[in-house]
Design a protein around this ligand. Sequence first.
Ligand code: NDP
Length: 498
Amino acid sequence: MSRIQSMKKYQCFIGGCWGEPASGDYFESVDPFLAKPWALIPRCDARDVDAAVAAARTAFDRGEWASMHPSRRGQLLRRLGELIARDADRLASVEVQDNGKLYAEMRGQLGYIPHWFDYFGGLADKIEGSVIPIDKPDMFTFTSHEPVGVVAAITPWNSPLLLATWKLAPALAAGCTIVVKPSEFTSASTLELMKLVDEAGFPAGVLNVVTGFGPEVGEPLTSHPGIDKIAFTGGEGSGRRVAHKAAQNFKRLTLELGGKSAQLVFPDADLDNAVKGVVSGIFAATGQTCIAGSRLLVHDSIHNEFLDKFIELASTARMGDPMSAETQVGPITTQPQYQRVLSCIEMARAEGAECVLGGKPAARPECGDGWFIEPTVFANVSNSMRIAQEEVFGPVLSVIGFREDDEAYALANDSPYGLAAGVWTNDQRRAFTAAKRLRAGTIWTNTYRAVSYMAPFGGFKNSGIGREGGQEAIQEYLETKCVWMFYGKDVSNPFVMR
Ligand code: NDP
């Protein structure tokens, strides 16, 4: 698989047209494996945001999209899915170039993304209201569900197209129009996607992309009065700022934020499977996933045996070029994130946690100049340490022992986050009890990192608001309207409530 050698220059996509940003400026997107720039991305600002919101507003308020039958909307969504499937190899390569994740992982995501467009395309013409057998005479009362309006979709750098899809597919199916703002670090694949949106035949203005930096593009977008709803995936701090902006004119809001998910390993578990599941939870995608299982809670009676097996497997992880099929752990996506992971490792050491694996940059020849960090494990962690409470977003696992099941649930829940949890047990009663007791949006039992277009995904507590995926997701892009129709003869006393 050859890497792209020449600098590629992208344009922004507003109102169905490709063009220069208002500033005329561009910034570099850097390949995390080569640590070298490979593409130029338009540096948009508030002027481009205004233009994109105006285009999305026009498309929503009048014209072809506004009057399009939902069945046709569904067809367009499915067509887009087909085009993504056709171009999956190329799009996956662009993702790897931008975010350094394994080609195998990104190709897997690209192969799966079309299912979202297929599934939500199918739902587009099944958005039904209901008739209410209302308790008033001569009154016909019904509900309809209407698109919420113009959506700002803001995405992070770790899985740009997958996480954009989680927003675009249900929002388009609902009939919304969208302005997308990808992460400054990984904008290329979203712009590539717009070529397919164009080819699929979506009317102008239905989808628009503004690229650039959080303060220059994200803030004007989230505070724009023409935006009705914000769908945001990113860190907790940015999510809080976005929520503040949304509150100014009560924009609807979906937030998919971070996590500090626990993996609970009970003594009756199949240890070999649990080892693989915990390795996958923290070292796949180099730990740069919101669902990273970054806290291992393991029963004292199997603690040492489990840790030995775990370290044995984690030590064999092959690092290197993410485009290579042999590689299992790729680089950290951004230079600032690389520094942050290293500072979290130092913080854990300073807190007294014992580093039993890794704990340093990977100085392996196959890692070249990339931002690599060795898979890292800290033992003897107390759940109150910052390393156990704060999201690292990198390949760093904290190991915490427990004696009783109740203690394990309490430790797992003692976190500001509640995105996911893994439970490893062969005892059915324990599995159901854990599923009930753990406060997180997703509970995986004897598996980890499974997601589907059919399943709702989202967080409890500081991990977010709302759900993406499954039939619940489309509700996030709809408003309910209740219509009352009086068919009686005489309007009654106007001075009392009906
Ligand atoms: P950030 O929060 O830094 O950025 C996310 C997006 O928000 C980027 O497009 C960013 O732009 C933009 N942004 C930043 N500041 C603002 C602002 N004030 N107003 C509007 N937009 C803004 O997250 P990362 O990109 O660093 O991604 C990592 C984070 O994402 C992790 O915390 C992770 O847990 C979370 N995440 C959550 C998932 C979930 O489903 N729960 C899934 C994946 C990741 P720019 O890049 O230009 O700063």
